[in-house]
Design a protein around this ligand. Structure first.
Ligand SMILES: [Zn+2]
Length: 209
């Protein structure tokens, strides 16, 4: 290597495995690594550009820039947080209908949890997502109950018409009863009930599964 130690003038060097760098044989001064500096510069520039896209609301572009950085620096927490922010549109997309974004959000959430990062913003988002889910379940329950009440009304009317010997009307009401029950079953009442009875989750858990 055509290089002279800046500290002692020595010309021979060795690789220090634990520090992962070249060092002077006599004094241990690390060899200036231009490539490493360039890598860091590239990282800083790409990250800064991703942050600009994030600020401008260009979520896709931000994710595209962050992805290679996450591969290169897998323990850099701020990268995952930024990608999560982009995938959830700055924590404003509660429904997360876009499957690609949901996958990224789920992946980055898990990484953050693994790296012991759980911000208040993340927890509030998780809670909002859970509340919205409960709200939807509540709506489904109301719909199911409505169909069950309609079925009960049909059965009552069918009985009354039967007593009054109005067989055709009685048959129609019986058909209505079957139809209403079928509708109620279509909404999977058992599943909805089970989900409603579940206790609140740990908000630190991945809310995208
Ligand atoms: Zn030296």
């Amino acid at each position: 290597m055509d290089y002279i130690c800046s500290r002692c003038g020595c010309r021979s060097f060795h690789y220090n495995r634990s520090r992962m760098r070249m060092e002077c044989d006599s004094c241990g001064t690390p060899v200036y690594d231009q490539q490493h500096d360039q890598q860091l510069m590239q990282y800083d520039r790409t990250y800064s550009q991703a942050m600009d896209h994030l600020a401008a609301g260009n979520w896709e572009q931000a994710i595209n820039l962050l992805r290679p950085l996450m591969n290169q620096y897998p323990t850099e927490k701020k990268l995952y947080l930024a990608a999560l922010r982009a995938a959830t549109r700055d924590f404003s997309d509660i429904g997360m209908e876009n499957t690609a974004n949901r996958a990224i959000a789920s992946e980055t959430w898990r990484k953050l949890k693994r790296l012991n990062v759980m911000t208040g913003e993340m927890l509030r988002y998780s809670r909002r997502r859970y509340d919205k889910h409960r709200e939807e379940l509540g709506k489904q329950r109301t719909t199911i109950l409505t169909w069950i009440f309609a079925a009960a009304a049909c059965s009552l009317l069918a009985g009354m018409f039967l007593c009054a010997e109005c067989y055709l009307l009685s048959m129609l009401c019986a058909a209505g009863l079957v139809g209403c029950l079928y509708k109620a079953v279509c909404f999977q009442p058992v599943t909805v009930l089970k989900k409603l009875m579940n206790t609140a989750p740990d908000y630190q858990d991945d809310p995208f599964t």
